[in-house]
Ligand binder design. Structure first.
Ligand code: SAH
Length: 346
């Protein structure tokens, strides 16, 4: 077989796919059929594409890569319908995705990179560094494979799995375009959340895209010093700069920012931390998501006690800030982000 890069056709939008088909001497309507097979029917191979002539299938097999993730493992909760999936990528890497069932629908939490290079102290995904960026198709496939597995429509997607989405900007953007495409899964942008540790220049760039998605910021500390201790990225992009970029994002998009704050026992869960956070966010149109830290064995961090969580929440609410404490789901299949992959890749 000749050595050339195969075309990653599942990462193309419909127009790009049509142009590619025309360059192969095919009709645009064939591209629309194949697009439907990939993004609506979630075909696992070219052979499944029933209305495509055999000769075209052969041509596509030769020239194109049809990215399909293989399910390696699914851990299903017995207490709720949460499930954690381990998927194999075409090159042998592995990634995790999580399905959560809510009253309002099915949500899938996807990974944006294999591994991560951000180095947050409490996070397991970053312990072995970044393996590589995921392609748009590999991000989409996580949603498609979960939907096929559960046999129900996925209505919400959160980019909160392993990896830093704004460290894989172009692929993230293409993924968002394909995920919300009317000819594909058509997930409303309002049902999509992207979480970042705070890569300021790309937050500003994202603001310019004028998307209707929710941007979540992993804040985790209300002072520059403490944030630097927990998140190395804070040394590059300081707290002040980060909050300015949040204000800019809101100004450009009108979309309220979510701040995530992982409560770590005795580290950032004290009353003075809550007061400092309230002071920082007062007057901002935002929402705070408190997440009791999920301890990983490689680090000494512990969960906050229930009383500390309650008081922390009240201190924020007293200042008029809306707060949710993230409901713990799939407690019995838990393991913090990145742990399942780490164990399997051993
Ligand atoms: N890189 C992005 C998205 C991935 S992490 C980001 O930093 O936002 C998704 C969220 O889970 C982040 O808020 C992250 O800080 C948090 N997180 C990671 N490991 C955790 C752990 N062990 N316990 C609690 N939250 C954790």
């Amino acid at each position: 077989m000749p050595h050339f890069e195969k075309h990653d056709i599942k990462s193309l939008n419909q127009k790009e796919l049509e142009d590619f088909f025309v360059s192969l001497g095919e009709k645009p309507f064939r591209a629309r059929q194949v697009y439907h097979w990939m993004h609506i029917s979630h075909a696992g191979s070219f052979d499944e594409m029933g209305n495509i002539p055999q000769s075209l299938k052969e041509k596509l097999k030769e020239r194109c890569e049809l990215t399909v993730l293989r399910q390696k493992l699914a851990q299903r909760s017995k207490v709720d319908e949460t499930a954690k999936y381990l998927f194999g990528l075409p090159d042998g890497n592995m990634i995790e995705s999580v399905r959560m069932k809510y009253k309002h629908g099915n949500s899938v939490c996807i990974s944006s990179q294999a591994g991560c290079r951000m180095g947050c102290r409490f996070c397991a995904s970053t312990l072995d560094g970044l393996a590589r960026n995921l392609t748009p198709a590999e991000m989409l496939e996580q949603v498609y494979r979960v939907q096929e597995d559960i046999g129900e429509r996925v209505s919400h997607v959160v980019v909160m799995g392993s990896g830093e989405p704004l460290d894989n900007y172009d692929n993230l953007l293409k993924f968002l375009e394909l995920l919300s495409d009317g000819n594909g899964l058509h997930i409303s942008q309002r049902n999509i959340t992207v979480s970042t540790c705070g890569i300021v220049p790309n937050m500003r760039r994202l603001a310019g895209e004028k998307l209707q998605i929710t941007l979540a910021i992993s804040l985790h500390a209300a002072s520059q010093k403490k944030r630097e201790e927990l998140m190395p990225v804070a040394r590059k992009y300081g707290l002040e700069e980060l909050l300015e970029a949040c204000g800019y994002y809101f100004g450009q998009t009108g979309r309220r920012i979510t701040f995530e704050y992982s409560l770590v026992g005795k580290v950032n869960d004290r009353p003075q931390d809550a007061r400092q956070l309230a002071g920082l966010l007062k007057g901002q149109n935002c929402h705070v998501n408190l997440i009791p830290v999920n301890p990983i064995k490689e680090r000494a961090y512990v969960q906050p006690d229930g009383q500390a969580v309650k008081e922390f929440r009240q201190a924020l609410e007293k200042q008029g800030i809306t707060v949710t404490v993230r409901r713990e789901m799939g407690r019995d299949i838990d393991g913090a982000c990145g742990q399942l992959r780490r164990r399997q890749m051993g």
